[in-house]
Structure formats: structure tokens, C-alpha cells
Ligand binder design. Structure first.
Ligand code: GRG
Length: 270
């Protein structure tokens, strides 16, 4: 998707610049913590956040929402670095490059994840262009969604599924995958809602949009990776599930730009 590619090309150097501003004086610590951002992620979550912000306020100045975009991407990368660790998924490669622990060592990777997660909260506290009460509300929501409400609970359940403590069935896998994926996707939709406070009907459609997008993202990811739901459902079943969610998104009263993001997720091949 051209708009996402343009956004990624614009956003990636900004992320590196921000990390350099904070960690540049710390030598190798900067190299370890910034490595993940030079390995070619899509930057989908900050892109989604900026598109929802533009939907709610056509004149939005990107500089004002940048701290929120950055925080989401920092948390996303922290979760991937920790997910790849030997005690979790034990992955050697991500995005076609060595994972952080393979390149720099396990302790270093744990600390890099910790660093990115905590910097995200520092960055959020710097969103000076909006009222303080909105910033506090966002910080609270980000803390909840990245921990017990979605990400970390999802990871616990996943680990227990691998260990046989949670039954491997379609419902449990759907729930786990949803938790692991939906938290940050919903946040990317909910943060601009908090910032721009649209009327209730728009808020409602957008939250449904974020929820469906989270589901769709995970289903297409499982089809692409032949993992998760693809282990317990056929590709045809998954495609028909994805198609029904995509149709539901199409019925929400949103604009063409937001619908085209759903279409990109639905049809993506990487
Ligand atoms: C807190 C350790 C810990 C884990 C939380 C998020 C998570 C749980 C684990 C990450 C691994 C995983 C399967 C996440 C599901 C979400 C997902 C599909 C991530 C990949 O997102 P993309 O495709 O990645 O946006 P890029 O590489 O483009 O940034």
C-alpha cells in the first residue's frame, strides 16, 4: 500500500533520530535498542493512528501526534524482541534479520525490550500539544492494554497453551491471538479518539473498526505464517472468516481511506 510505504519511509528515520537523542551518548546501548527499527518493519500501528487522527481532524499536524505514534511503535517492537527470546518463541530471525538476542545476546535483548517499553511512557508524557487530562487518560490506557488487558495476558495464555495448561482449541487460539494482536491495534484507534473526542456515533464505529481490524490482522497473519489458527482451521475456513470480518468493516460508516486500510490488511501478502 503506497500510503503505508510512504509513511514508513518518513517515520523510520524519525524513530531512529528520537532514540539517538535519548540514547546516542550511551554507545552500544543505542546500537542494540535501535537495531530492530533498521530491520524493515511496516510501521502499521503508527500509520493507523495517524490515519484515524486525520479522519477525525483533517488539519491535524503530524508533529502533534508523533509522540503517540512513536510510543506505539516502541511498545510493538519491545513485545517482538521479548516474544523472540529463547524462553518465549525462541526465534533466530525476524523480518529476515537476526533477532536482537541472536545478534547481541539474551540479557541485552531483555534490556533492550525494557528500554523501549519504558521510553514509550517517557515519550507519551511529552505529548504537550493536548490537555493534560487527555495525556493521563492515554497513559493509563496504554499501560492497561500493553499489560493485563491484552498483550501480556495474551502472552501468558500462549505460553500455557504451549505447555499444555490451556487446551489447544479454536476458541482459545482465537482469544490468545486476539489479545496478542488487538491491544496495540485498538490503541492506535483509541488514542486519536481520546485526543479529538468525536461524537458518540463516530466513536462507536471507530472502536468496532479497531476491533475488527485487530481480528482481521491476526487471521491474515496466521494464513501467511501457517501458524496459530491455521493449525486448527483450514485456509478456506480462515479466508471465509476474514471475508466476513472485512464485509462487516465495509458496513461501518467510515471514509474511503480507513476502509482501504482494512482492504490492505485483508489482501496483504507479507
Ligand atoms: C509482552 C513478551 C510480550 C509479548 C506480548 C505482541 C506479543 C505478545 C507478541 C509478539 C508476537 C506476535 C505473534 C504478535 C502478534 C501480532 C503480530 C502479528 C505482530 C507482527 O506485526 P507486524 O506484521 O510486524 O506489524 P512488523 O514487522 O511489520 O513490525
Amino acid at each position: 500500500m503506497k500510503r503505508l510505504e510512504d509513511f514508513s519511509n518518513y517515520f523510520q528515520p524519525l524513530v531512529l533520530e528520537e532514540l539517538r537523542r535519548r540514547l546516542g551518548g550511551l554507545g552500544e546501548i543505542f546500537d542494540i535498542c535501535s537495531y530492530t527499527f533498521s530491520t524493515g518493519g511496516k510501521f502499521f500501528r503508527p500509520f493507523l493512528l495517524s490515519e484515524v487522527a486525520a479522519f477525525l481532524n483533517k488539519d491535524v499536524d503530524f508533529n502533534k501526534i508523533f509522540p503517540f505514534c512513536l510510543a506505539i511503535e516502541l511498545i510493538h517492537n519491545y513485545s517482538l524482541i521479548h516474544d523472540d527470546l529463547p524462553s518465549m518463541d525462541n526465534a533466530d530471525y525476524r523480518r529476515g534479520h537476526l533477532t536482537v538476542h541472536k545478534k547481541f545476546g539474551e540479557a541485552e535483548a531483555v534490556l533492550a525490550g525494557d528500554m523501549l517499553l519504558t521510553i514509550a511512557f517517557e515519550v507519551l508524557s511529552e505529548g504537550k500539544d493536548f490537555e493534560e487530562r487527555k495525556i493521563i487518560k492515554i497513559i493509563k490506557k496504554v499501560a492497561q492494554y500493553s499489560s493485563y488487558r491484552y498483550l501480556i495476558t495474551g502472552q501468558y495464555l500462549d505460553i500455557w497453551l504451549q505447555k499444555g495448561k490451556v487446551e489447544k482449541n479454536v476458541d482459545n487460539i482465537r482469544l490468545i491471538n486476539f489479545y496478542k494482536t488487538a491491544g496495540l491495534i485498538l490503541l492506535s484507534v483509541e488514542i486519536p479518539i481520546i485526543l479529538f473526542d468525536p461524537p458518540y456515533s463516530i466513536k462507536f464505529s471507530l472502536i468496532k473498526y479497531g476491533y475488527f481490524l485487530g481480528l482481521l490482522f491476526q487471521i491474515t497473519d496466521d494464513i501467511l505464517d501457517n501458524d496459530g489458527l491455521a493449525k486448527v482451521m483450514s485456509v478456506d475456513e480462515l479466508k471465509s472468516l476474514a471475508s466476513s470480518i472485512f464485509m462487516k468493516i465495509g458496513r461501518l460508516s467510515l471514509d474511503e481511506r480507513l476502509l482501504s486500510i482494512a482492504e490492505y490488511i485483508y489482501r496483504r501478502d507479507k
